[in-house]
Design a protein around this ligand. Structure first.
Ligand SMILES: [Ca+2]
Length: 95
C-alpha cells in the first residue's frame, strides 16, 4: 500500500493515529502532555543523533500541534500531524 493510498483511506489513517497515539500516551490520560512530547522528541533526537530540542523549541512544537491551546495534544490534533507526515511521505514516494 502506498502512502497516497493510506492518506486517502480515512479508516487507515485513524487506525495508525490510534496505535501511535496510544503508544506515546504513556500515562493513558487520553492526551499527549508536554512531558510526554519532550520524551518522544528527545528519543527521536537521540535516535537520529541530533541535538535535543530546547525548551523554546518545545514550546513552538506544542503550540503548532495544540490547536485549541489547552496545553496538551488530543488524538484529533495528533491525527493532523500524522496526515501531515503522510502527505510528505507521499510526495517523496511520488518523486
Ligand atoms: Ca498522557
Amino acid at each position: 500500500m502506498s502512502f497516497r493510498e493510506i492518506l486517502n483511506n480515512t479508516q487507515k489513517v485513524k487506525k495508525i493515529t490510534k496505535v501511535a497515539f496510544n503508544a506515546l500516551d504513556e500515562d493513558d490520560s487520553g492526551f499527549l502532555e508536554r512531558k510526554e512530547l519532550i520524551s518522544i522528541l528527545n528519543n527521536c533526537a537521540d535516535t537520529l543523533k541530533i541535538e535535543r530540542p530546547s525548551s523554546e523549541e518545545m514550546d513552538e512544537i506544542l503550540k503548532e500541534l495544540d490547536e485549541n491551546s489547552d496545553g496538551k495534544v488530543s488524538e484529533n490534533e495528533f491525527q493532523a500531524l500524522i496526515e501531515k507526515v503522510l502527505r510528505i511521505m507521499a510526495k517523496i514516494e511520488e518523486k
